[in-house]
Design a protein. Structure first.
Length: 344
């Protein structure tokens, strides 16, 4: 169809509403948006000043009346109003028609409570989604997005390490057999780096710096080639700028606790897995997805501690949103995997 709305009227969308990033999939187009889940709010009138990348760039650089808010904490909504405004902004970015109400599939952590799930659905409806809002559990979406045949009668383990939560699940015959959701993930790893640098070196460093250290220097297993970086921050005592030498060994020591918590969640889920499915996992391996799966040496660490081969999903950052998108594209075939409420 020439002209008109380039994205189509009321295109259905799937959203991976993450603590760190929000990704949006538009039916028939694929992933069209990937932005940080951050909103810069003007405290004087409560209105959003910037959303997504623009708001992230403002972190630690705003005047006193503007504050950067992360509306999600540990995978669930911490600030309902700001979350609804953020969702509305993202929906408007991908849905050119202001009057259409798109059908929506939205991801939630497997350990979410009924009240928390209702908050996600309400936020989506207030932001312009059509009722009912379809809900899919993150580990199921991640497994579909990672190319696992979820309807087969075989056990597969998926570990989705996001920003706020790590989801560990064993999937067979289109259902989650055992699952564990721990509120330790990428954000805790980032925070651990900042805490360590402050404690060991008396240096305060910003969130964006911690994030950069995690991506460039973080590892869960000894690296073949260890290296050092020059890090700048503010001296905790004098308040003056100062630089330190940080090694990859320092960073590994800093993030040991959250990494061990993730490994323990995998081990305790395996412990509760029925023997036949455990044998399947032994054969198929453990699949890691989410941003945390990109941490250097994590597959070696998981393999070493569980005795089972660990592999990274083909597109770990997009696994959840791609899985939600596939559920959206085949909504009738996938209906058994989706929860829907909000029907009047």
């Amino acid at each position: 169809m020439a002209g008109g709305n380039p994205l189509g009227l009321g295109r259905d969308i799937a959203i991976d509403l993450g603590t760190a990033n929000t990704l949006v999939y538009v039916r028939g187009q694929g992933v069209v948006l990937n932005e940080p889940s951050i909103v810069a709010v003007d405290m004087r009138d409560g209105k959003p000043v910037a959303v997504g990348w623009e708001a992230k760039r403002m972190l630690g650089r705003t005047p006193s009346h503007i504050t950067s808010v992360r509306p999600l904490k540990d995978g669930v909504i911490a600030d309902f109003e700001v979350c609804e405004k953020m969702l509305r902004y993202f929906i408007q970015q991908v849905n050119a028609s202001r009057w259409s109400r798109p059908r929506m599939v939205i991801c939630v952590p497997s350990g979410i409570t009924g009240v928390e799930q209702r908050a996600v659905q309400d936020a989506a409806e207030y932001a312009g989604a059509r009722k009912p809002v379809h809900i899919i559990e993150e580990p199921m979406a991640a497994a579909i997005g990672a190319g696992i045949a979820v309807h087969e009668p075989a056990g597969n383990m998926i570990v989705d390490i996001g920003g706020g939560t790590t989801e560990v699940a064993v999937i067979s015959l289109g259902g989650i057999v055992v699952a564990q959701s721990v509120r330790v993930a990428g954000d805790e790893i980032t925070q651990a780096i900042g805490d360590y640098v402050k404690k060991e070196f008396g240096l305060d460093i910003g969130e964006n710096t911690c994030e950069e250290i995690k991506i460039q220097m973080g590892s869960a297993w000894r690296l073949e080639e260890e290296f050092t970086a020059d890090i700048g921050g503010r001296d905790s005592l004098s308040g003056l700028p100062r630089r330190i030498e940080l090694t990859t060994e320092h960073v590994r020591e800093a993030i040991e606790e959250p990494i061990q918590a993730i490994v323990d969640a995998i081990k305790s889920t395996l412990d509760r897995t029925p023997p036949e499915l455990a044998a399947d996992i032994m054969e198929n391996g453990i699949v890691l997805s989410g941003g945390g799966a990109l941490l250097a040496g994590l597959t070696q660490r998981v393999t070493h501690e569980t005795g089972m081969r660990a592999v990274v999903a083909p597109d770990p950052l997009y696994a959840v949103v791609l899985g939600s998108g596939q559920a959206l594209e085949n909504i009738e075939a996938m209906r058994g995997l989706l929860t829907q409420t909000g029907i009047d």
